[in-house]
Design a protein around this ligand. Structure first.
Ligand SMILES: CC(C)(COP(=O)(O)OP(=O)(O)OC[C@H]1O[C@@H](n2cnc3c(N)ncnc32)[C@H](O)[C@@H]1OP(=O)(O)O)[C@@H](O)C(=O)NCCC(=O)NCCS
Length: 418
């Protein structure tokens, strides 16, 4: 049989997101920069269990995501997040990785595990310290030879390049700008809107509804080492996202493009931030038995591959596959949360799909709020679920492009509007 269409599609019959919570997203090298992604993850995980009213011993699976190793104990990150969140010692924990799609992948895998009867409730946590990206070398285990190159490099800068295509992520957006005839003015206008929407949502208190303030505190675990968070200096609390500020087009227009003649700048690309986001995903049977209401139903997921040199277009075919297989049309979707990895990239997705931009990232996107890689998909999906409730809309799609050339998308349903 000829396989004409590649990609994964999952339909989930009765899978709920019970609740979600996240830390603030703080510009890198800022107030969260010294905190390991494990501790940020524990913070978000403890909070979401509290908000969902789910005892930690009801969790049957821990799935965590983290891209950059932010400490020497990163191998243990999912396990330590689970244990220090209070999840019983006999519950397994795993790391999932789909680069910028990791956060969505966590929901996809949780859905598969729940639907497959592996567990009733899963704790999913995406966490990223962009600040603690190491300055790393892979060549020096056996020493340094006189005159030979020293291999230490900035992991973050290097990891934003795809050696297969020989280009970095900003250049993939430049390729899309050329392909879809997107101008610098259009990208700056899109970015300026993202900042304005984020600031408005912040002022209206929308983002605060999903944020747990980070404070200095200990994470105790009987019989094991105590760990925790210690804020620096006189800070007692970090409660707000820090990157969003009103950014008029005229200001953005003055910024130097990353590449000469290109459309992407530091002002219209996703901001580098530190953050963690967590959600509890459970079967409807569990939710009903416990007398819970879902924040959203997780209806379906789709993931596809695209050419690495235009990786940013990934959400377009992922959303097409998602909707086609779910039997829905673009017009049925009330809200889209598509990660703004780069402005030209998101505009290209919009053009490819013929998207109504008035439905897109209505509370601001990653250009204004930031893109903490593995946390992003969880953050966007929580924001989408809350926005569907706020607006009284039924269906929403959260999605992201993925370096290396993939796209992933989730379909949520607001139970109040079903
Ligand atoms: C685009 C990128 C390379 C810019 O990095 P950078 O040069 O360190 O960016 P900065 O934050 O320093 O911004 C550059 C300048 O623009 C200014 N700027 C940024 N946003 C601004 C805004 N909203 N308003 C006014 N000025 C702004 C900065 O103040 C800075 O000015 P300076 O040079 O005078 O200090 C980096 O942000 C990036 O790679 N982002 C995308 C990440 C990514 O691709 N993720 C994965 C997706 S697949």
């Amino acid at each position: 049989m000829a396989a004409s269409r590649k990609g994964f599609f999952n339909a989930f019959n009765d899978v709920w997101m019970l609740d979600g919570a996240r830390t603030p997203m703080v510009d890198y090298c800022g107030a969260l920069g010294h905190i390991s992604p494990t501790d940020l993850g524990i913070k978000a995980a403890r909070e979401v269990l509290k908000r969902a009213g789910v005892p930690a011993d009801h969790i049957g699976s821990v799935i965590a995501g983290n891209m950059a190793p932010g400490d020497f104990d990163q191998f243990f990150l999912p396990r330590h997040i689970g244990l220090y969140a209070g999840v019983p010692v006999d519950v397994p924990a795993q790391m999932a990785q789909r680069i910028c799609g990791t956060g969505f992948e966590l929901f996809r895998q949780a859905g598969e595990q729940i639907q497959g009867g592996q567990c009733e409730a899963a704790l999913v946590v995406g966490t990223e310290s962009m600040t603690r990206n190491p300055i790393a070398a892979f060549d020096h285990r056996t020493g340094f030879k006189l005159g030979a190159p020293v291999g230490f490099k900035d992991y973050m800068w290097e990891a934003l390049s795809d050696p297969a295509a020989g280009i970095n992520m900003i250049q993939t957006a430049e390729n899309l700008a050329k392909k879809y005839s997107i101008t610098r003015e259009q990208v700056d206008e899109f970015a300026s809107d993202s900042f304005a929407k984020a600031v408005a949502a912040q002022q209206a208190g929308f983002h605060a509804g999903e944020i747990v303030p980070v404070i200095s505190e200990k994470f105790e675990l009987a019989g094991y080492a105590t760990r925790g968070i210690k804020l620096q200096g006189k800070l007692t609390e970090v409660a707000q996202d820090t990157h969003a500020r009103l950014s008029p087009v005229e200001v953005l227009a003055k910024l130097r493009s990353v590449y000469p003649g290109g459309v992407q700048t530091g002002g219209n690309s996703s901001a580098l931030v530190d953050a963690a986001a967590a959600a509890v995903v459970a079967s409807g049977a569990y939710g009903r038995a416990e007398g819970k209401k879902p924040l959203a139903r997780v209806v379906a997921a789709a993931v596809v591959g695209v050419p690495p040199e235009i990786m940013g277009i990934g959400p377009a075919p992922a959303i097409r596959l998602l909707l086609e297989r779910a039997g829905l049309k673009l017009d049925d979707i009330g809200r889209f949360e598509i990660n703004e990895a780069q402005g030209a990239q998101t505009l290209a997705v919009g053009r490819e799909l013929g998207l109504d931009l008035a439905k897109l990232n209505v509370n601001g996107g990653a250009i204004a709020l930031g893109h903490p890689l593995a946390a992003t998909g969880v953050r966007l999906t929580i924001t989408l679920a809350r926005e569907l409730k706020r607006a009284g809309l039924r269906y929403g799609v959260s999605s992201a492009c993925i370096g290396g050339g993939q796209g992933i998308a989730l379909l949520l349903e607001n139970p109040d509007a079903a």
